[in-house]
Design a protein around this ligand. Structure first.
Ligand code: AVJ
Ligand code: FE
Length: 441
C-alpha cells in the first residue's frame, strides 16, 4: 500500500486538506454572510464559529505543535475552544466576522502547506508526524466540522442553498433481509491504519457469538409500519428514559417529518418532499432506533457486532479496512463525501458489500449501535484527551459507518462516532440484529 511510502502519504495529506477546504468554502459561501453569524439552532454553532475553529485547530496542531511556530492569533484561542463555551453561547461571543474568519483560516492554511512540504514523515520517532498523522488528523477534523456545518444547513430555515444530484436509481433490493455472521473471535480496532484516531486503537481480539444482522439499513417504509402500528404510543417498546423523552417533547416521527393528509412529508435542506419509502430512515434518536428494534422482535447490534459484520473476512479470518476489502472508497463503493444530499435506497452499492453480503455499512446513514463509548484495552489518549477520552462512559452511544455527509478521509471500518441517545439532528439511522443459536452456524 501507499502507507509505506512517505511521499505517497504526503500527496494523500495534501489532497485531503484541499478537498476539505473546498467543502468548507462551499458550506460557508452558499448563504449570505449574515446567515453565517446567525444561530440556526441552539444545538449548533454559528457557521462562522466552525470556520474559524477549523483554522484555530490547524494553527494549534500544525503551526504551533508540529512546526513550533509562535501563535498567529493567541487572543482568539479561548473563543474557539469547544470546552470553554457550549454551542448555545457561541453566537454571543465576539467571534471573528466572516471576512476575518476566512482570512485567518486561509493564512493558517498557507503556512500549513509549507510545513507539510518540509516535515519528515518517518524516522524521527515523533508519533505526531509519523506517516503524516497530524496532517491526516487535521483534514479529518475539518471534514468532521463540515458534516457539523451540513447539519446546521439542514436545521436552517429558508430557501434551498445547497444542491447535489441524487444517487443513481437502482433496481429494488431483492436479496435476503438478514445475514448470519458466524461466531468466533475477530480483530477489532487497528494498530496499522496510519490516520486512525486514538479511540480506534489498538487492534485487539474480540469474541463475538454468532448473530444475524440486517442486510441493509432499516428503511422509511419499515419505519412507517412501526409508526402506523402505534409504535410511539406503546410504552412496551421504549427504554424508560426514551419513553419519558418522547412524551415530554411530543415526538411521534423522525425529526423533520410532518404528516400531510395520508402521507409523510419531510423537510430536506430547505425543500419539502414525500418521504421516499426505499431510503434508509434518517434523523432518528438512539431511543427511536432501540424502540423500533424491540417492536420488530430484534435489537440493535453491539459495536463489536457491527465491526465484525463490516470487517471480518470469514475466508481469511482477517479484518479488512472496509467491508469490500482494503481499497480506499470510490463512488462505486459507498455514498460518502456529500456527493449526494441524501442516503441512497436500501440495497444500493453492491460493490461495497461485505464478504457475507451486508450492504451500505459505510456511507448513507450513521448507524446507532447498542454500545456505550468505551476505550479499547490498551487505549492511550493521543494527541489530546478532549478528542475522545473525556467522552468515555455511559452517556454516549456509539454510531458506526458514516453518512452521506462524511468524507472518505474520516470514514473507515474502525471509525467510531458517538452522541447522546436523544440526539437526532445528526445524519443517523440504524439496522437491527438478533442472536443466532449455536445450531444456526
Ligand atoms: C467525533 C463527531 C463526536 O463533532 O463533536 C470535532 C468530532 N471533535 N472537533 C464532534 C470533533 C473535535 C466530534 N465527533
Ligand atoms: Fe473541533
Amino acid at each position: 500500500t501507499t502507507f509505506d511510502d512517505p511521499e505517497a502519504l504526503r500527496k494523500r495529506a495534501l489532497a485531503a486538506l484541499l478537498t476539505a477546504r473546498e467543502r468548507t468554502a462551499l458550506l460557508t459561501s452558499c448563504v449570505e454572510d449574515p446567515e453565517l453569524t446567525a444561530q440556526h439552532s441552539p444545538l449548533m454553532s454559528p457557521l462562522v464559529w466552525d470556520l474559524a475553529h477549523i483554522g484555530n485547530q490547524e494553527e494549534l496542531w500544525l503551526l504551533r505543535t508540529v512546526a513550533g511556530r509562535d501563535a498567529l492569533r493567541p487572543d482568539i484561542d479561548g473563543l474557539y475552544d469547544a470546552f470553554e463555551h457550549p454551542r448555545s453561547e457561541r453566537p454571543s461571543l465576539p467571534l471573528l466576522p466572516p471576512a476575518e474568519a476566512r482570512t485567518y483560516a486561509a493564512e493558517v492554511r498557507g503556512r500549513a502547506l509549507d510545513i507539510l512540504e518540509s516535515t519528515a514523515f518517518e524516522g524521527t520517532g515523533a508519533r505526531l508526524t509519523e506517516a503524516g498523522f497530524a496532517f491526516g488528523m487535521i483534514a479529518q477534523h475539518e471534514q468532521q466540522h463540515d458534516e457539523t456545518m451540513l447539519i446546521t444547513h439542514q436545521l436552517r430555515k429558508g430557501p434551498v442553498a445547497l444542491t447535489a444530484p441524487d444517487p443513481i436509481p437502482v433496481p429494488a433490493f431483492t436479496g435476503p433481509a438478514e445475514v448470519l455472521v458466524p461466531g468466533g473471535p475477530f480483530t477489532m480496532g487497528t494498530s496499522t491504519e496510519p490516520w486512525a484516531l486514538d479511540n480506534e486503537r489498538p487492534a485487539h481480539a474480540r469474541l463475538v457469538p454468532p448473530f444475524f444482522i440486517d442486510t441493509t439499513p432499516v428503511t422509511n417504509e419499515a419505519y412507517q409500519a412501526f409508526i402506523a402500528d402505534g409504535g410511539y404510543t406503546d410504552r412496551r417498546w421504549w427504554a424508560p428514559e426514551g419513553w419519558a423523552h418522547i412524551r415530554e417533547h411530543s415526538i411521534g416521527a423522525p425529526l423533520f417529518w410532518r404528516r400531510d393528509g395520508g402521507q409523510w412529508l419531510r423537510r430536506r435542506f430547505g425543500a419539502t418532499e414525500v418521504v421516499p419509502p426505499d431510503e434508509p430512515v434518517l434523523h432518528v434518536s438512539w431511543y427511536e432506533a432501540d424502540a423500533y428494534a424491540r417492536w420488530a422482535g430484534r435489537r440493535l447490534p453491539s459495536e463489536a457486532e457491527w465491526e465484525k459484520a463490516a470487517r471480518h473476512d470469514p475466508e481469511t479470518g482477517r479484518s479488512t479496512r472496509y467491508p469490500w476489502g482494503d481499497a480506499d472508497p470510490t463512488p462505486e463503493h459507498a455514498n460518502l463525501g456529500q456527493r449526494h444530499l441524501r442516503p441512497a435506497p436500501a440495497g444500493s452499492y453492491p460493490a461495497g458489500q461485505s464478504p457475507l453480503g451486508v450492504r451500505q455499512l459505510i456511507g448513507d446513514v450513521w448507524e446507532w449501535t447498542s454500545s456505550e463509548l468505551l476505550p479499547y484495552p490498551g487505549f492511550h489518549a493521543f494527541p489530546y484527551k478532549e478528542y475522545s477520552e473525556v467522552f468515555f462512559g455511559s452517556e454516549h452511544k456509539v454510531l458506526r459507518g458514516g453518512s452521506f455527509a462524511v468524507d472518505a478521509v474520516a470514514c473507515r471500518g474502525t471509525f467510531r462516532n458517538w452522541d447522546y441517545p436523544v440526539r437526532r439532528q445528526i445524519f443517523s439511522g440504524f439496522r437491527t440484529a438478533r442472536d443466532a443459536g449455536p445450531d444456526s452456524v
